[in-house]
Design a protein around this ligand. Sequence first.
Ligand SMILES: [Zn+2]
Length: 127
Amino acid sequence: MTGSKTTGRCLCGDIHFETGAVPKGASVCHCSQCRRQSGHLWASAYVARAALKIFGPVTWFHATPGARRGFCPRCGSFLFWTAEDEDTISFSLGALDRPTGIKLEKHIFVADKGDYYDIADDLPRKP
Ligand SMILES: [Zn+2]
């Protein structure tokens, strides 16, 4: 996908983002924080923070001291996650425009998954 751009936006369109970098680490997070914020599972991939351009009034929320979660204050879309001590930022795969050129690689935080569903694919799972 050399030279292609990855673009996405929130539900209402007040926030949009783009990157020319190749997204990495496409994953589905089962932790209780991501499930609470998204309604179920949060699928994301990451790029270098400097490689992601974000437009619009993102609200940042610290669920834990070392990381912040970005969402749209108007429509509530959960779009971004970044750790303060890392130079990458994750963005929501559900917010991307098609074609994404991305395939899920793994499940993460499965030890914290909900009890109301089963993981039904063969992707690697990390506790
Ligand atoms: Zn919005």
